[in-house]
Ligand binder design. Structure first.
Ligand code: ATP
Ligand code: MG
Length: 424
């Protein structure tokens, strides 16, 4: 079996394309297809190839670590739901993006567009008294939404990967404490992914009258017009708040003028109030002996959309430039002048050494492919460190960082040091 952490190019299930896909309207669509990370099955639906899946899993793991750090517990809830739970909350008739499926026995099902309808009945089994809370449950799973327009590559799918967490609280104070911790965890997630996400106050949409926060990353490929401040974190969705306009002084720091840009919502947190606990009659006996409904929160991160946003932010004319924390491989090792036996021997040796110390290497060991194509593909795929072995390099290795211009000659030990350092 081929292990995915140490990978030889010739064995890898990946194909880069000479020309970008014709229909691509955004950098993430064009580059992810061309560099062999994804394939489009239809509008809004994608297959993730080994390279793409590795990135998706690395993003998921960072999200996982941060959700666990605030007490979230991971489960896996289903995608196929009985229509009854959606009828119970009114979503069956009210949510226009809900995909409905009819079985051959004429029963109705819904595909998960989110999971309040499965998590609330589940929590009923655990929550009986105030001391059973706070409880926070999350999962990372596919969502389905009948979006009218599926565009911007993997940023708006009809099927996409989401982390959704749901929390349950005995009182408002407990909710507020967790909500604050969750917001901080979200900012840590996006920082670790190399993104600057601005927490934007927004109305709760269909869910609630209460304040919710959207985490917006500025990008031309985004769909939300925002006003933001360069000197502080202030950012508002223009559709939500019409009080300020472009050029006004920032109402928070008063140091800068508001600018306008397009942004993409990579995550959000909502105060659900008691809407779902009431709909499913989820109650507990409080310390004063009275029966109450828990207050709930929900917390989403669009894992696949975030991957698309990262590509939008980190690319140049030649390809993707992955932040090290989520790059499919840390080192892209290429052998050049493979008619020279000593090059093959040396490159094999470096590959073995790097993988032995746990560095993730994509090893382009192909003998039938020339230097130009190998280096072009390395830029397109976008691993942070490019290492080249050729007749010229002898016992050394030519190393170039993807986001720098100059290459330098280093020893194997130095390469290991460079690769380890960027992961810290
Ligand atoms: P949007 O306004 O972009 O449609 P939403 O308010 O419907 O998003 P939620 O239902 O709260 O989003 O979902 C949580 C997260 O899932 C969003 O913050 C976003 O990152 C992601 N997301 C939502 N819809 C899609 C989609 N169609 N494709 C990819 N990711 C999505
Ligand atoms: Mg939506």
């Amino acid at each position: 079996m081929v292990k995915c952490s140490d990978m030889k190019y010739s064995k890898m299930f990946v194909k880069t394309l000479k020309t970008p896909p014709a229909a691509a309207d955004t950098a993430n669509h064009r580059l992810l297809v061309q560099a062999g990370f994804v394939r489009q099955v239809m509008a809004g639906v994608y297959t993730y190839l080994p390279l793409g899946l590795k990135v998706l899993q690395k993003i998921s793991n960072i999200v996982r670590e941060e959700m666990d750090s605030i007490g979230g517990q991971e489960v896996l809830m289903p995608i196929l739901h009985p229509s009854s739970i959606w009828k119970q909350t009114g979503g069956w008739d009210k949510i226009d993006v809900l995909f409905k499926v009819k079985s051959r026995t004429d029963r109705d099902y819904a595909l998960a567009q989110s999971n309040e309808e499965t998590v609330t009945p589940l929590a009923k089994e655990w929550i009986h008294s105030a001391k059973d809370m706070p409880l926070a449950i999350y999962h990372i799973n596919s969502k389905f939404r009948d979006e009218l327009r599926s565009k911007s590559g993997i940023m708006r799918g009809r099927e996409f990967l989401m982390k959704d967490m749901y929390s349950f609280h005995a009182n408002q104070d407990d909710f507020d404490t967790f909500y604050t911790a969750a917001k901080a965890a979200y900012l840590r997630v996006f920082k670790r992914l190399g993104l600057v996400a601005k927490a934007t106050e927004a109305s709760g949409g269909a869910f609630t009258e209460k304040v919710s926060y959207e985490f917006e990353v500025l990008t031309d490929a985004g769909e939300a017009p925002v006003l933001y401040c360069d000197s502080c974190d202030y950012c508002v969705n223009v559709d939500d708040i019409k009080t300020y306009k472009l050029g006004d002084e920032c109402p928070i720091c008063k140091k800068d003028k508001l600018k306008s840009a397009m942004a993409s919502e990579v995550g959000n947190v909502f105060d659900l109030g008691q809407k779902y606990s009431k709909a499913f009659d989820l109650t507990f006996i409080d310390t004063d002996g009275t029966k109450k409904y828990p207050i709930m929160g929900c917390y989403g991160i669009g894992i696949s959309r975030t991957m698309g946003v990262i590509v939008e932010k980190f690319n140049d004319g030649r390809g993707i430039m992955w932040p090290a924390s989520i790059a499919p491989f840390t080192v892209h090792l290429a052998s050049i002048n493979t008619n020279d036996e000593s090059v093959i021997k040396r490159a094999d040796e470096v590959y073995e050494l790097l993988t032995k110390v746990g560095i993730e290497v994509l090893y382009d060991e192909r003998t039938e492919v020339g230097a130009g194509q190998k280096l072009g593909e390395a830029d397109m795929i976008g691993c942070p460190v490019r290492a080249v072995i050729s007749t010229k390099t002898g016992q050394q290795i030519e190393v170039k960082m993807r986001n720098e211009k100059e290459a330098k000659l280093v020893s194997t030990e130095e390469l290991i040091e460079i690769a380890s350092k960027i992961l810290r």
